[in-house]
Write a protein that binds this ligand. Structure first.
Ligand SMILES: [Zn+2]
Length: 459
């Protein structure tokens, strides 16, 4: 991926050895707190990875080898090894071999003929203390990870790690999506009741509900939380009055299904509410928008959410995004913000939009987030970086995150750094960036790899 000497120089001298700040992921904090020892390569690779399941199904592998409970880890791995040669040109092919190399020092290509020996070699390593969850994080030179947590979570695992002084910072992220999920009154009410218990706030109206959320947000801050994350289909920016929101809350909490208009108004109010809370705490807020979830109702009913049946939506969001950001900016309550799109059609729209709300208070205050999920591959990254470069300041980009559920995914930072160094190195070779300014160019590479995130988040 490093196609010329400048790219190689930038990567090897200025990017490769910098630590990793993984500011958004879905790792299970319990595995880290208990320093989980994985049993075998099949388990660590296949137990929660819906990217791999999706590829296996596409390759004609039966569901029982993806998510089945009655198939062994080896059987699943064997089917994965049959699939790997068919993943050529999909990022899974590169990720798989990067993880084998960087994680295990295995330089073989995975295919049915090599499956047994690779499985045995990696499994033997995984059973040693050098391959426990915490050891792996240190091996990959991870400095900070931010997990993704529900406001009602006890954060007991984060607290345990904090108390023990584990050298990798494992911090929670405030993800209050369930506080907005009023489209299902039954699950909503159940969640609000749990919120009432963990916050100690008796909830009988909207104002109590906000008080309870504030109690939890204060608690998250004491555990080192510095970010919020909001997973939304689209940006919500309906007009509403406080009286309307009180009424809608009473309706849904009383078990009444809401109209579509009620739902949009309530979500719009919560977006602003949370953004104001984020501002008061000085946190960075992230918006991951644009998926359509659980598209396959038959398989959703059978195996549940986050199993590989989500895809890319095509919502029209620019006007609402602008109104939402503007409303906060007008109140002087717009905190540092990162926006991630799932449809690449929106790349230039976001790159242009963020420029409206840069106010000189923080370098790169409003960020266009790294290519995410279906865009988390070579071309997706190149397109995101090019859009950002064309309309914003690429040098101020806070860079890569894994967004992963697996502790073996850190080589995705390497992957990103190589692609980024190749993009810049190629510009130098073509004469589009001056070779005389190599010090500044190297500083840009180091910034995007590591230092920009370090300065921006201030963990
Ligand atoms: Zn995520």
């Amino acid at each position: 991926m490093l196609e010329n000497e400048v790219a190689q120089y930038l990567y090897h001298q200025h990017a490769a050895t910098l630590p990793i700040i993984d500011y958004h992921c879905h790792l299970d904090p319990e595995s880290i707190a208990n320093d989980r020892q994985f049993d075998n390569l099949g388990q660590i690779w296949l137990e929660g990875d819906h990217y791999k399941w999706r590829a296996m199904r596409t390759n004609g592998i039966e569901e029982r080898f993806c998510t089945g409970k009655d198939t062994s880890d080896w059987e699943k791995f064997e089917k994965w090894s049959e699939t790997v040669p068919y993943t050529m040109r999909n990022p899974l092919y590169h990720w798989t071999h990067l993880e084998l190399q960087k994680g295990f020092g295995v330089n073989k290509i995975l295919k049915p003929e090599t499956a047994r020996e690779i499985y045995e070699e990696c499994t033997a390593k995984l059973r040693t203390p050098e391959y426990s969850a915490r050891s792996l994080m240190k091996k990959f030179n991870v400095e900070v990870v931010c997990t993704t947590d529900d406001p009602i979570d006890s954060l007991e695992h984060h607290l345990k790690l904090m108390k023990e002084g584990f050298e990798v910072k494992v911090l929670p992220t405030w993800r209050p999506d369930k506080a907005m999920a009023v489209e299902n009154s039954t699950t909503y009410r159940a969640w609000v009741e749990k919120l009432s218990i963990v916050s100690g706030v008796h909830i009988s109206n909207y104002s109590d509900f906000i008080d309870a959320l504030q109690v939890r947000q204060n608690f998250f801050a004491t555990v080192g939380c510095k970010l919020s994350d909001h997973g939304i289909e689209e940006f919500y920016a309906e007009d509403y009055s406080d009286v309307e929101i009180d009424t809608i809350f009473n309706k849904v909490y009383g078990g009444t299904e809401l109209t579509r208009e009620d739902i949009l108004k309530f979500k719009s109010a919560m977006m602003v509410q949370f953004a104001q809370m984020n501002f008061r705490k000085g946190w960075t807020q992230q918006f991951h928008y644009g998926p359509i979830r659980n598209n396959n109702s038959r398989l959703f009913a059978k195996i549940g959410a986050d199993t590989g049946f989500d895809s890319m939506g095509d919502f029209t969001v620019a006007k609402n995004m602008s109104q939402f950001l503007n409303k906060l900016d007008a109140q002087n309550m717009l905190t540092k913000t990162i926006i991630y799109n799932l449809n690449p059609r929106d790349n230039e729209m976001i790159a242009a939009m963020i420029g409206n709300f840069q106010d000189g208070s923080v370098a790169g205050k409003i960020q266009f987030g790294a290519a995410w999920w279906f865009l988390d591959q070579k071309l997706g990254m190149i397109n995101q970086m090019n859009s950002l470069s064309m309309m914003g300041l690429f040098s101020r980009f806070v860079g890569m995150l894994t967004d992963s559920r697996s502790i073996l995914s850190y080589p995705r930072h390497d992957y990103f750094r190589r692609i980024m160094c190749n993009l810049i190195g190629t510009d130098v070779v073509k004469g589009e960036l001056p070779v005389s300014e190599m010090n500044i160019i190297a500083k840009m590479v180091e910034g995007i790899s590591y230092y920009n995130a370090r300065n921006y988040f201030d963990f």
